[in-house]
Design a protein around this ligand. Structure first.
Ligand code: 5AD
Ligand code: SF4
Length: 592
């Protein structure tokens, strides 16, 4: 195992590498490519030339998973030194909106900033820099961010009026990428705009706006290679037993409603070696659950010269997508695939629970399903985002499958992984959705019985195919009425599912004290349902007289005594581990 000390050493080396990369990439402080000039503030699109971009992307990808000092390239010829971009103790406050990928991106940004001399603060009022990690998926998500920016403009003005410290405001992530310099034109209090692939460049962007308060800095270049493979995220919830690892970024699917391919760029996978190093590090830190992250997590395909070979792909060759599912892109070939990575990770950390999100249904070939069935530490809880249950709507959405092929996949998943639970995303009121078409989504939800469903009213996004070709002609009221109907139908199914577990014994990872009562602990079952138990001393293992209290991070065997659609309650039986629990459950099955 890679010890903490070693890891820190390698981490520092990787930071040195990363810094060299930034310095050589941006070897002059003179902003290029001026796009807008305004009377008070000049707005620049600061960026390298196309050639810089290509060379450095390739170099960064090549070095991404190499941590040894010997492999460090000598980049000391660059004009600027690391010191030029040092935060010198400036305090940074960060807010996050949107999905889990954004939370992980915040962790990457903290890593970049802290290693460049910035420090964290939890108080916006005392910050020198305020950053917002933003989401652009629906108009509602962006509206929340505009409201926050409104508030921050007042804070900035108040501080200026009091001659208090100057605050720089930065917008990062998907909304930054979607609106680019238009953001600054609309909201002049913004100093920095940085897209999802430019976080390494933040120290430079921040230095530029700190040195010259009349300047704004924008870097919204999307990369074909950037996976931040060499950056060890600084966890935002260090006390949590769960951690997240980003394994791929971007999306090549082009669903007609979705802005993500435009804000997050092309699909690219992080080299397996660097992921495995991070898994080992988290295991050493005592983490109990790891969620692998990516916009299309199961499309993972590591094409780097990874030292890790001999996986499932070598044995069975390159399988295509699930039968009945089409892609808009040409079949990709070669490399380590999701099954290989999952196989490797699950075997090196057998007592850590593994989840992954967000997958695409097309990328669940049999070998992935079989692996999930066989490994007790991979949660038997799959996200199969359907979006709609009607073929005409699926076609307009460009999803590449039909209701029938989706249901065939659901059947296959149930056959290969007995007891699996499913979750899904749905959009209500997509362009032209008729009442009959919506009824097909309702019947799909009733038929599949999802454990969890994320249900959204359609929100038209510029740049998408739907924006160019279709009409957003379903009223707001109809969209919300359909959302309500679908939610209530989903809840009926989820309640039945949860109640069917009353009397069973579930393995629960305790996340902490329950929010509702200090005498209770809350955790999650394998199917990701919240489970509440009284805080008690329980046996340290099955058939053991010694007892210990239930703590955050404990794996506990819990007998379920009641359930509704969202929460189950139970009696804690004994402390356990993943391997012990499933060994015990298997033994019981054999005896009966
Ligand atoms: N409007 C509403 N929901 C959307 N989603 C993606 N784009 C839109 C949109 N324009 C939903 C999809 C996706 C989830 C992350 O967000 O259901 O799976
Ligand atoms: Fe929002 Fe999608 Fe960007 Fe996540 S990837 S922040 S959900 S737009």
């Amino acid at each position: 195992m890679l010890g903490l000390k070693n890891f820190i050493r390698l981490y520092l080396q990787s930071q040195k590498l990363q810094c060299c990369y930034t310095v050589s990439m941006f070897s002059t402080k003179q902003p290029k490519n001026k796009v807008t000039v305004s009377s008070q503030k000049e707005v620049f699109k600061i960026g390298p030339t196309f050639q810089d971009f290509l060379e450095n992307s390739l170099r960064s990808a090549k070095n991404a998973n190499k941590y040894s000092a010997e492999s460090m390239p000598d980049l000391d010829h660059a004009y600027l030194k690391k010191e030029d971009y040092q935060g010198k103790g400036q305090k940074v406050y960060m807010d996050v909106y949107g999905c889990q990928m954004n939370v992980n991106d915040v962790e990457i940004v903290w890593s970049v900033l802290i290693s460049n001399g910035y420090q964290k603060t939890n108080k916006a009022d005392e910050a020198d820099v305020i950053l917002l990690m933003t989401c652009a998926i629906r108009e509602g998500a962006e509206q929340k961010i505009w409201n926050r920016l409104d508030h921050l403009r007042h804070l900035k003005k108040r501080k200026a009026a009091k001659n208090d410290r100057r605050v720089s405001i930065g917008v990062l992530g998907c909304m930054a990428e979607r609106l680019k310099e238009k953001l600054i034109e609309k909201e002049r209090s913004i100093d920095i705009v940085a897209g999802p692939d430019s976080y390494r460049d933040l120290p430079r962007l921040l230095t530029d706006v700190t040195d010259d308060p009349h300047q704004s800095a924008v870097n919204v270049l999307l990369s074909l290679e950037e996976t931040y493979a060499d950056i060890i995220p600084v966890r935002v919830n260090p006390e949590s037993p769960s951690a997240f690892i980003s394994i791929m970024r971007g999306c090549d699917n082009m669903c007609s409603y979705c802005i993500v391919p435009f804000t997050r760029g092309r699909e690219r996978s992080r080299p397996a070696d660097s992921i495995i190093n991070e898994v080992r590090y988290l295991a050493d830190e005592g983490i109990k659950e790891i969620t692998l992250l990516g916009q299309n997590v199961n499309s993972y395909r590591d094409l780097s010269d990874s030292v890790y070979y001999g996986g499932i792909s070598d044995k069975i060759g390159d399988t295509s997508t699930v039968p009945g599912f089409k892609t808009v892109y040409k079949a990709k070939k070669g490399g380590r695939r999701f099954a290989d990575l999952l196989e490797k990770i699950s075997s090196i950390v057998p007592n850590i629970r593994i989840r992954f999100t967000s997958p695409h249904p097309k990328d669940f070939p049999d070998e992935v399903l079989q692996l999930i069935a066989e490994r007790s530490n991979i949660c038997k809880n799959l996200h199969l985002p359907a979006q709609s249950g009607n073929n005409a709507v699926l076609e307009r959405m460009n999803r590449g499958y039909t209701r029938e092929s989706y249901l065939q996949l659901v059947q296959r998943v149930n056959e290969i992984i007995p007891g699996v639970t499913l979750s899904s995303d749905f959009i209500c009121g997509f362009c032209g959705e008729t009442e009959d078409e919506f009824q097909d989504t309702l019947t799909l939800v009733e038929r599949v019985q999802y454990q969890t469903a994320y249900i959204f009213p359609y929100s038209m996004r510029e740049k998408t195919k739907a924006h160019r070709r279709l009409e957003d002609n379903i009223s707001h009221d109809v969209k919300t009425a359909r959302v309500d109907q679908l939610v209530s139908s989903f809840r009926d199914g989820a309640e039945k599912l949860n109640q069917s577990r009353v009397g069973s014994v579930q393995l629960v990872l305790i996340e902490g004290v329950s929010k509702r009562s200090a005498d209770e602990m809350a955790g999650r079952s394998e199917s990701n349902v919240k489970v509440i138990v009284p805080q008690e001393e329980i046996p340290v293992a099955i058939n053991n007289d010694k007892t210990a209290p239930i703590k955050q991070g404990s794996y506990v065997a819990i007998k379920i005594i009641s359930a509704n659609s969202q929460v189950m309650r139970g009696l804690p039986l004994y402390h356990t581990s993943i391997q012990e629990f499933f060994g015990e459950e298997k033994r019981k099955l054999i005896q009966h």
